[in-house]
Design a protein around this ligand. Structure first.
Ligand SMILES: Cc1cc2nc3c(=O)[nH]c(=O)nc-3n(C[C@H](O)[C@H](O)[C@H](O)COP(=O)(O)O)c2cc1C
Length: 200
């Protein structure tokens, strides 16, 4: 199948926070007046916690969001780490934590339905409350890739396998190309070229 057309779809970048877990997503979408959907990979701990807790909030990232936030919430698992420990947090009306700095909005939701879609679960949720957090420009997925030089991790729905390149063993960033320059530094986590692993 030619997937070129899919690259023309646009998305935002968000953090889904639930009890003791949270992850970056690009798949949050408003589908009716007060309902949203989000696709979460079944291997993500946030999927497990969402199925149990059925409540979450989403924060809308802005162009000023620190890449450390995306590295923590998009490339590590809440199963092994407390992702919130290094950041200033607040709690929503359900007591669920969220990061407030450089976020544009908070959207509180309750899961109403789930659809099993092979690798992912689609959560259908009712919006309970929303709050504007700032007037900073929101971060689009395109901005994340083109300006912030961000990459797509394997568990994101938009992930495509790269044929050739070098992978950072720390955060999963893939440098596409035949030769990795000696002075290359991972744009996500700062790891040096010497630790990158070749992928064919
Ligand atoms: C820009 C970006 C977009 C992402 N979009 C999604 C998504 O829509 N759904 C998903 O399941 N994972 C997505 N991910 C991957 C998860 O954030 C990642 O697998 C995370 O480490 C899961 O953490 P957890 O195990 O604590 O839930 C995305 C990551 C990034 C950086």
């Amino acid at each position: 199948m030619n997937k070129e057309g899919l690259r023309k779809l646009t998305y935002g970048v968000y953090i889904i926070n639930t009890k003791d877990s949270g992850c970056v997503v690009n798949t949050l979408t408003q589908v009716t007046n007060d309902n949203v959907i989000v696709a979460i990979n079944k291997e993500n701990y946030t999927n497990t916690m969402l199925k149990k807790y059925k409540k979450f909030n989403a924060t809308v990232l802005t162009q000023n969001t620190d890449m450390k936030v995306i590295q923590t919430f998009g490339f590590t698992s809440s199963k092994d780490t407390d992702k919130y420990v290094d950041f200033k947090t607040e709690r929503d009306s359900n007591g669920i934590k969220y990061l407030k700095d450089h976020m544009a909005a908070l959207i509180e939701c309750e899961v109403k339905n789930e659809i099993d879609l092979d690798t992912h679960t689609i959560f259908i949720a009712k919006v309970i409350n929303t709050k504007k957090l700032s007037d900073e420009e929101v971060m689009t997925y395109d901005y994340y890739h083109k300006v912030k030089k961000g990459v797509t991790p394997p568990k994101a729905p938009t992930y495509e396998k790269t044929k050739k390149g070098y992978r950072c063993p720390i955060c999963g960033y893939v440098y596409e190309g035949d030769t990795l320059p000696d002075d290359f530094v991972c744009p996500i986590c700062g790891a040096p070229a010497s630790v990158f692993e070749k992928i064919d």
